[in-house]
Each structure stands twice: as structure tokens, then as C-alpha cells.
Design a protein around this ligand. Structure first.
Ligand SMILES: [Mn+2]
Length: 281
């Protein structure tokens, strides 16, 4: 069972024997990147940590999975990150028994920053019951296509509106994208250079012993509220434009129907589908 932790960009997945808390995109150290541009902001990591601790207190998870982009600088490690990241995880360890990270595209050289007890999972994601979790910049492992629900981060989804006075209003959102399990399987097979035998479903079964089952893809809002997002109602989430490279292979594929995505605010308010919201963007 999936429950968003309102009004936070966090999700609880309840299984038989565990309560899993899922968040994505901490982007610790983004202030350092800004400082290099000449804008100086004190470290926001203490605020991120206290928000996370509040959610941990509310939800009492047996396990925490961070879906990528713990760091902000892509390959190197900045001085500030050397302090902030170990501190954050050492504090969290005291209240969450099991912490794991699925690496994102910003997580180069993350491992030396993590305490020993924190596990790094494969970049291709992890399957927990009927839920598949991955960051979103790369394809998940074919095994995840057997899950009914996929969950990713990476996009930092927001909506943007302009009111009659010209103010621009943006808000973080959840996006729930309907998927076609067969077309998704077809795209993954193509990416792996595997020739189709009979049908995509049969081929996936033959090669990976997986029956395609994915009917929805849930995109987590960015946990770092200081970071801007990308208005899903302004950009083409899928197949065209500058945005194309960024959104990652699954949203570029024909298996994910982005235009029909249901958009919710962090407090649960349903706003409409992406195609409906585009007329307001
Ligand atoms: Mn990312």
C-alpha cells in the first residue's frame, strides 16, 4: 500500500513486515554550486535534516530508501558535502534501522561519504513486493517491469501558473503517469538490444522470467524544497524538445503516457491531468 506523507514530498510503502519511507533528490551541496556563481547562502542541510526527522517521527519507518541525487555536484565532492552528508546520515541512523540509497546521476563518488551501515543499491533499481524503485535517469532493470507500480525521482515536478496580475505561481507536485506494460517491455528489450520473439511479453518472460505488469509510474517531488523544479505543464515531458535528454528513457518511451498523468499537490489536492493543465501554463 502506497501513502503519500502529506504535505511532504515523501511516500510510505507498507508491506507485510516493513514500513518503507521513500524520498528522492536531496541535492545536498547545491549552495556550494551557487557560491561558485557568486551567491552565498548558508548550508540548508540542517533544515533538510530536521524536516526528514519530523517525517521519520511521524511515520516510524523500518527502512528508508533515498531514490537518488543525495549530492548536488555530479562527479566531485565539495568540501561542504564532506561535512554535511556524513553528518546527515549519522544522525538518521539513530532513528531508522535500515537506510539505503539508489544512486542518481548526481551521485558520483557518494560511497566514501556514507556511513558503513548505509547500503548503496544498484543504479538499475530495487524491487520491493509489487513496487519498483529507481532514480529515473537510466532504465530500471527488466525485473522491475514485473511490478505494478514504478516509483522514481529525478524530474523535480512542479506546476506553474500565471495569474491575471502577472504573478507566476509554482508549486511542487506528484505526477502519476499511466503506463502500457507491453510497450514498456518492448522499449526495455530494444534498449538491451534483445530481439523480440513472438511478443514483448513472451520475450521478457523467456529472457528474464518476468511477466510485464507495470500500469503506473509515480514521480516523487524533490525533497530539497529550495531547489527549483520543472513545470510539467510547460514542458513536453516526453518525446520532443530540449527537455528530452533530461527526462530519462522511461518518459521518452511510448510505454509512459505523460500527457495523461494525474497531478496532485503535496497536500493531496488533485489539479488535473498534464494535458488539462497545459492550457493554464
Ligand atoms: Mn537526477
Amino acid at each position: 500500500m502506497l501513502t503519500p506523507v502529506q504535505p511532504y514530498p515523501a511516500l510510505v510503502v507498507r508491506g507485510k513486515h516493513q514500513r518503507l519511507l521513500v524520498i528522492a533528490d536531496l541535492h545536498i551541496g547545491w549552495e556550494v554550486a551557487l557560491a561558485q556563481e557568486g551567491v552565498y547562502i548558508p548550508s540548508q542541510t540542517p533544515r533538510i535534516l530536521s524536516r526528514l526527522q519530523k517525517i521519520v517521527k511521524m511515520t516510524k519507518p523500518t527502512r528508508l530508501i533515498i531514490l537518488g541525487d543525495v549530492k548536488h555536484t555530479v562527479a566531485k565532492v565539495e568540501l561542504r558535502e564532506w561535512q554535511d552528508i556524513p553528518n546527515l546520515f549519522e544522525t538518521l541512523e539513530k532513528s531508522v534501522p535500515n537506510i539505503q540509497v539508489v544512486p542518481g546521476n548526481h551521485d558520483g563518488n557518494l560511497e566514501p561519504l556514507l556511513p558503513e551501515a548505509v547500503n548503496i543499491l544498484p543504479v538499475t533499481g530495487v524491487k520491493i513486493g509489487d513496487v519498483g524503485l529507481f532514480h529515473g535517469h537510466a532504465w530500471p532493470t527488466p525485473e522491475l517491469l514485473g511490478c505494478r507500480t514504478l516509483i522514481m525521482g529525478h524530474i523535480h515536478p512542479t506546476v506553474a501558473f500565471r495569474d491575471p496580475f502577472g504573478y507566476r505561481i509554482t508549486a511542487q507536485v506528484w505526477a502519476k503517469i499511466p503506463c502500457n506494460k507491453t510497450r514498456l517491455a518492448q522499449s526495455v528489450l530494444k534498449a538491451l538490444n534483445i530481439k523480440e520473439e513472438g511478443s514483448p511479453s513472451r520475450t521478457l518472460k523467456a529472457h528474464f522470467n518476468v511477466a510485464p505488469a507495470t500500469s503506473q509510474l509515480l514521480i516523487l517531488p524533490c525533497f530539497n524544497e529550495f531547489l527549483g523544479g520543472r513545470p510539467v505543464n510547460r514542458t513536453t515531458m516526453g518525446r520532443r524538445g530540449r527537455y528530452r535528454e533530461f527526462v530519462g528513457p522511461i518518459l521518452r518511451s511510448k510505454g509512459a503516457h505523460s500527457e495523461d498523468a494525474e497531478i496532485h499537490l503535496l497536500d493531496g489536492t488533485f489539479l488535473g491531468t498534464i494535458s488539462q493543465l497545459k492550457t493554464l501554463g
